[in-house]
Design a protein around this ligand. Sequence first.
Ligand code: ZN
Length: 324
Amino acid sequence: MTQTQMRNQDMHAIGVDIGGTKIAIGVVDAEGQILEQVRVETNPDDAASIDRAIADASNALARRYEIGAIGVAAAGFVSSDRTTMAFAPNIDWRDYPLGSKIAELVEADVPVVVENDANAAGWAEFRFGAGREARDMLMLTIGTGLGGAIVVDGNLVRGRWGVAAEVGHMRVVPHGHYCGCGHEGCWEKYASGSALVRDAKAAVVALPHLADRILELADGDRRKITGPAITRAAQEGDELAVSLVAKLGRWIGEGAASVAALLDPELVVVGGGVAAAGDLLLLPARAGFESALSALGHRPVARIELAEQGNEAGIVGAADLARR
Ligand SMILES: [Zn+2]
């Protein structure tokens, strides 16, 4: 490692996590601790206002901390040179030079690096969370969709064009549910919070004698069923909710076994909102993984663990990747 690299990695960096309606911006030290954090509202239809909000918050933080880099994480396809949002599902970015737009507005002369949000979260787990002892890791961020991050031999895998690790769009069911990506049967249509809610809405109709608690938490209206409500009912021991969470866990584990056929990771980290279900999700995921793993009994079985970094993973990972 050169002296310059050592200096950069020791510096504080700003990490930015751009969500659909909010931006979280924090100062992250070399150990992955957030020293200060602010949140601002965003208008997803106004890209320039997002640039401005990030720059304003970064300028304010940079007056109080010595900053070496700014890392910006968002959902979408990021160019392999980490400067441009090629495409985003929630914000009107099409080949949008997000990094240079923000850099123009930032007073400090520091690099501004753009990262995919799932990659940033996975990197935070790898460096400071559940994966800190690992070299080869798969991270699954399971929220509305299923985001992936892959670390091979200590390096984040970006692919030739920056869009590697889109594991949520592996086809797991031929001609299965339609996916927003334009295909059918993608893994995220089965292993995501959206899939959990879809299945719950169907189950309360098909199994009304088991539906009382889930419907009660949705004010009696099946259209109002949410992922957190299903998780809560499962934690209370509700039979239907437990089985729905277990089914989600099986899908997570079985799909992870396909990834293991390709990458042979030592660790699979499960994060995102559904991770709140804990062992109710994790134990079926491990069982599903073993059931679908090739040549079981003749190879080590990767561990499947819950993420440790929580909602701040995007900030921490983006900041740490930016100073590298
Ligand atoms: Zn898809």
